[in-house]
Design a protein around this ligand. Structure first.
Ligand SMILES: [Zn+2]
Ligand SMILES: [Zn+2]
Ligand SMILES: [Zn+2]
Length: 67
């Protein structure tokens, strides 16, 4: 049969993360997808663990930029 079907190879693996830009594997999914309720910083609250907060005032251990 010759069916012209829409490609449905949309895997959830190996997608570039919208937060850190890395392409990640399914094993790292939680790190890039699970929201972290981190605290007083409004910039990064609810972002996953891979997110790096750009605020220099960020006191959050998870997202604080480590230079
Ligand atoms: Zn990420
Ligand atoms: Zn922050
Ligand atoms: Zn944070």
């Amino acid at each position: 049969m010759n069916q012209s079907s829409v490609p449905q190879n949309v895997d959830t693996e190996r997608l570039p993360c919208p937060y850190c830009g890395d392409s990640y594997e399914s094993g790292d999914l939680a790190r890039h997808n699970e929201p972290v309720q981190c605290g007083p910083c409004i910039q990064c609250v609810g972002k996953p663990a891979c997110f790096t907060c750009g605020l220099m005032y960020c006191a959050c251990d998870v997202h604080k930029f480590r230079g």
